[in-house]
Design a protein around this ligand. Structure first.
Ligand SMILES: [Zn+2]
Ligand SMILES: [Zn+2]
Length: 136
């Protein structure tokens, strides 16, 4: 099988343009203005939430209009669909609480500082003493 080449995909909005941003459509220079996208002028709808396979955390936001990950809880960057802001989007956008753990690499006490992903509850942290990264 050919390795997955993310540098060679066509742009989401223009089939004849090769995507050079690795399909990071958020911030792509080729994207139309939000109002010019398919659902840009549609009334706001509530986001759909899909939990990961472990069922942990609050899940990932899904655009109910096009079924893509919207990259934003305000408006889908693909189809322009605006979303209703509710308790869940508010909670999702709050910065994670800082947690501290002992470092298994250097033995530092409480030197690993990080937070949990709102989506799947995985912990991401970095040790202040030895600089190692901790992903759970
Ligand atoms: Zn969408
Ligand atoms: Zn350490």
């Amino acid at each position: 099988m050919k390795p997955f080449d993310v540098t060679n995909w066509p742009c989401h909005w223009h089939n004849d343009v090769v995507c050079h941003s690795g399909q990071m459509c958020d911030g792509c220079e080729h994207q139309p203005a939000p109002e010019d996208k398919q659902n840009g002028k549609a009334p706001p709808v509530p986001l759909k939430w899909e939990s990961d396979y472990m069922g942990r955390g609050m899940g990932f936001p899904i655009c109910p209009a096009c079924g893509d990950m919207p990259y934003s809880t305000e408006r889908c960057i693909f189809c322009g669909q605006p979303f209703i802001q509710d308790e869940r989007t508010k909670a999702y956008n709050e910065p994670p609480e800082v947690e501290r753990y002992d470092c298994l690499v250097c033995g530092g006490k409480g030197t690993v500082v990080g937070g949990r992903s709102k989506s799947n509850d995985h912990f991401h942290g970095i040790c202040e003493a030895c600089g190692c990264r901790v992903l759970e």
